[in-house]
Design a protein around this ligand. Structure first.
Ligand SMILES: *[C@@H]1O[C@H](CO)[C@@H](O)[C@H](O)[C@H]1NC(C)=O
Ligand SMILES: *[C@@H]1O[C@H](CO)[C@@H](O)[C@H](O)[C@H]1NC(C)=O
Length: 391
């Protein structure tokens, strides 16, 4: 029996169903509202990591092969030899005057672009010159450095990490990455942060405004710090302070990696072919006049692991990749410039459903989950310590 109306109905129903699934899926990601929800498909094709290289012209590496879109980033990346080292403000001024609708950009994006090429900031030393965080000593180089991006006011988040997954363990070292505790229009946290820094000696602070759009500064300043103070580190975990890491499972996973993977590691929850969000006023909005195309494959900034020996390579790449407002996408661009690809691992869940957080068994096969409140982190940690948890 032929029934064109039935077919029509069926396809309408299927479309509605698809829409419902899509809406639920996208609203599920709202859980992680503090964190970029750039969407993408998961996971990518089996990557073949090689040694890093940095060609003199990055255009092909960064996929700029066809006709070039007129968006500023795309144009600038093709032109760019290297970002200015002195007179960093000039880059932002030039961007502002070249982007026709710059005045309509959200304020934080405008602020980002105006100072995006300014990347060297002095350390903020709470107790003067002798309050530097200790360098890694020759006979105590960490296997895995836990580098946690925090904000000055997040005292409880940091304390929860110290009391749980960041606890001293053989081969690991914990450091927090922060901007200035002076704030801007906020409370002056200098005396509290000074006390904390002297008590725990695990805060790396720099003199820049600690806002989400400045997170790339934490990545780059950490890489520079590693080069000077901890060049021998094997792996570096870069995570947000609301992440929970199953440290022992992660260490076991890293130790079991084939050496060729380990040498160029970039491991996390990988998004491939994610696209910029175009809703003005919405989170992670990227105007069309700024960037066109897909994002590179990148590991979600909620938490990922890189090989420590890549630090100088990433810094060299960053000097030649045009600034981009989101730290994890920018890291993806720098890896792409080096010819390296991220590896995805299903144990990294950077938008973990809140309803699973009460269940410690859910964590058995996981390496890193977020977002968790400090209280939930402590609860989960206690469960994991109990001998013979029945799952
Ligand atoms: C890179 O190569 C493209 C053509 O493939 C060229 O248009 C561009 O100017 C080059 N960029 C630099 C920085 O030399
Ligand atoms: C990042 O920090 C610098 C230095 O404090 C500041 O000039 C810039 O405006 C900050 N960026 C944003 C987006 O606020």
């Amino acid at each position: 029996m032929r029934c064109p109306k039935c077919l029509l109905c069926l396809s309408a129903l299927l479309t509605l169903l698809g829409l419902k699934v899509y809406i639920e899926w996208t609203s599920g990601s709202k859980l992680s509202k503090a964190y970029p929800g750039h969407r993408g498909t998961l996971p990518g094709p089996a990557p073949t990591n090689a040694e890093p290289t940095l060609p003199s012209n990055l255009s092909v590496r960064l996929g700029q092969t066809g006709p070039l879109p007129s968006a500023y980033w795309n144009q600038e990346q093709r032109r760019l030899g290297a970002l200015p080292s002195g007179h960093c403000q000039a880059w932002g001024v030039a961007a502002a005057s070249a982007i026709p609708d710059f005045a309509s950009y959200p304020e934080d994006l405008r602020r980002f672009l105006l100072s995006a090429a300014c990347r060297s900031f002095p350390q903020w030393l709470p107790g003067g010159e002798d309050s530097h965080v200790a360098s890694c000593s020759d006979n105590d180089v960490p296997y895995l450095l836990l580098a946690v991006k925090s904000e000055p006011g997040h005292f409880a988040e940091r304390q929860a990490v110290r009391e749980t997954w960041g606890k001293a363990a053989p081969g690991t070292r914990l450091l927090f990455l922060l901007g200035s505790p002076r704030g801007e229009g906020g409370p002056d946290l200098r005396s509290l942060v000074t006390w904390e820094s002297q008590r725990y000696r695990d805060l790396l602070l720099w003199e820049f405004l600690d806002v989400p759009y400045n997170r790339t500064l934490k990545d780059l300043l950490l890489l520079a710090w590693l080069g000077r103070h901890c060049p021998g580190v094997t792996f570096v975990l870069q995570a947000q302070d609301d992440a929970f890491v199953h440290t022992t499972a992660l260490l076991q996973h890293l130790q079991a990696l084939p050496p060729t993977w380990a040498r160029s590691l970039y491991l996390g929850e990988v998004f491939t072919q994610a696209k910029p969000l175009r809703k003005p006023g919405g989170p992670f909005y990227v105007p069309q006049s700024f960037f066109e195309g897909s994002y590179p494959a990148y590991a979600s900034g909620g938490g990922y692991v890189i090989a420590g020996r890549l630090a100088p390579w990433l810094l060299q790449a960053a000097a030649r990749v045009a600034p981009f407002p989101f730290d994890d996408v920018y890291t993806g661009l720098c890896f792409r410039a080096l010819g390296l690809v991220p590896r995805t691992h299903p144990g990294f869940l950077t938008a973990w459903p809140a309803d699973r957080q009460k269940d410690p068994c859910a964590l058995r096969d996981l390496l890193l989950v977020r977002p968790l409140s400090p209280q939930d982190s402590i609860r989960l940690w206690r469960h994991l310590q109990k001998p013979g948890v029945q799952c």
